[in-house]
Design a protein around this ligand. Structure first.
Ligand code: AMP
Length: 429
């Protein structure tokens, strides 16, 4: 006997589809988010890239940082049949930089603007808004150092939030400065934290030497109390880093992107330099970040390429879906065509004609059986209208377009242009 539950999906990994029991996993919601984001990214000049889900483990440990939670505790790592250590990607930037280098773009065509959408994997404790397989929509701008790239990315993300109808999103902005600024700040911060180490949690005490910046975003109250009084990194910035940050802020003012400066925003990946940002919501409990990103001006070099400035972001699709699930209509096809015996070909032809006239969603019932059952299916999949075509309709060339919302019907000539006009009348668009 097979225990079916043994074969069920791994904890923290979701099925997304029209069958979803939770609204945020419904395919209509995902289609809406991916469609809206894809259109927008295209408008801003980003080309889609599709990169491997599995990469050499060393890419992530070197790129993201061996001391980070992501690499140290959360990666799905395995040895393949060729005895190589591989990992499921926990994020998309390291792979993008790998591809940039592998295709020699730093030398041949250094300015690249890419976007991607796909699954990422982290072995975190699953909870609302936090999964082990989750999806990110992200983008990378490689080869541009100018602060206008930072400002445009933030403005685009603000635009995305508006396009998705998200309210109450806070844009948090910080800078981690260039290498020299960070080195100077590190000294100041280590001194400050060492003096107050008695008030820090055990992990943070350990981080003072390995990764002191991470103490600033520890969620524990006692650590947070220490962090809020820490010296501000702005005071340690080199003139060049300060000028870059000031310029980003001024441009955001010009572009009317509202933001708050958050001196505690350091992000969990080591590759960040300069501008960092996060968009947060008050509606998702502790998993409050819907997207994050920033500059990573040293990562290309760290992975073996020439010095190359870059900036990117990644947004969590599940978190966006949780926020908008109830607002997205989960309707089925605009028109459901039901052929009685002998009318299949007429229905298939009419459906084809309509799809060419306008982007109507038209489905032909190919399951056969009784009309009553076919009408039930139309209701179940939330079709918006239906036409039954039998021998009478075939003979007269006329039928009835039924509005499934209010159960009214109108007579209609069974040709593409006439049904198109009737649909416009009946459904709006
Ligand atoms: P990060 O790559 O950690 O900067 O995360 C960027 C965005 O991805 C976050 O703001 C979240 O929206 C999303 N995200 C990160 N980790 C998870 C996770 N385990 N489950 C769901 N979404 C996540």
């Amino acid at each position: 006997v097979v225990d079916k539950t043994e074969l069920y999906a791994v904890k923290g990994m979701n099925d997304i589809g029209p069958f979803a029991s939770e609204p945020f996993l419904h395919s209509a919601v995902w289609q809406h988010i991916l469609g809206t984001a894809g259109t927008l990214l295209n408008q801003y000049g980003f080309a889609p890239v599709h990169l491997p889900v599995v990469e050499p483990t060393a890419l992530f440990s070197r790129g993201i940082g061996a001391e980070t939670d992501i690499v140290g505790k959360e990666m799905y790592t395995f040895t393949d049949r060729g005895d190589r250590s591989l990992s499921l990607r926990p994020e998309g930037t390291a792979g993008a930089v790998r591809a940039y280098l592998e295709h020699n773009l730093a030398r041949t065509d250094p300015v690249q603007k890419w976007w991607y959408a796909g699954p990422m994997f982290r072995a975190e404790r699953p909870q609302k808004g936090r999964y082990r397989q989750f999806y990110q929509i992200g983008a990378e701008v490689l080869g541009i150092a100018d602060p206008s790239a930072d400002a445009e990315m933030l403005s685009m993300l603000h635009h995305l939030c508006t396009a998705l109808g998200l309210d109450g999103i806070a844009v948090r902005l910080n800078t981690l400065g260039d290498r020299e600024s960070r080195q100077a700040y590190r000294g100041v911060l280590v001194e400050y934290l060492t003096a107050r180490q008695g008030e820090l949690c055990e992990s943070c005490r350990g981080r003072i030497q390995t990764n002191p910046f991470r103490v600033l975003d520890c969620k524990r109250e006692t650590c947070h109390a220490v962090a809020v009084n820490a010296p501000d990194i702005l005071l340690s910035l080199t003139p060049a880093s300060r000028e870059h940050f000031d310029r980003v802020c001024a441009l955001l003012g010009d572009l009317k992107v509202p933001y708050v400066r958050d001196p505690l925003l350091v992000r969990g990946l080591d590759y960040y330099t300069g501008t960092t940002f996060e968009f947060t919501t008050g509606l998702l409990g502790s998993q409050d970040a819907i997207l994050g990103g920033g500059r990573y001006d040293e990562l290309v070099e760290l992975l073996g390429g020439p010095p190359t400035p870059a900036i990117g972001f990644a947004a969590g699709v599940e978190r966006l879906a949780l926020l908008i699930a109830d607002k997205v209509a989960k309707t089925g096809p605009d028109l459901y065509l039901i052929p009685m015996p002998g009318a299949q070909s007429a229905c298939l032809l009419l459906a084809g004609e309509l799809r060419k006239i306008a982007p109507w969603r038209v489905e032909v019932d190919c399951s056969g059986g009784r009309v009553k059952h076919q009408m039930h299916r139309a209701d179940r999949i939330r079709a918006r209208s239906a036409i039954v075509i039998g021998s009478e309709e075939l003979a007269s060339g006329r039928g009835k377009l039924k509005n499934l919302k209010d159960s009214t019907d109108v007579p209609v000539e069974l040709c593409g242009p006439a049904v198109h006009a009737a649909l416009l009348d009946c459904l709006g668009s």
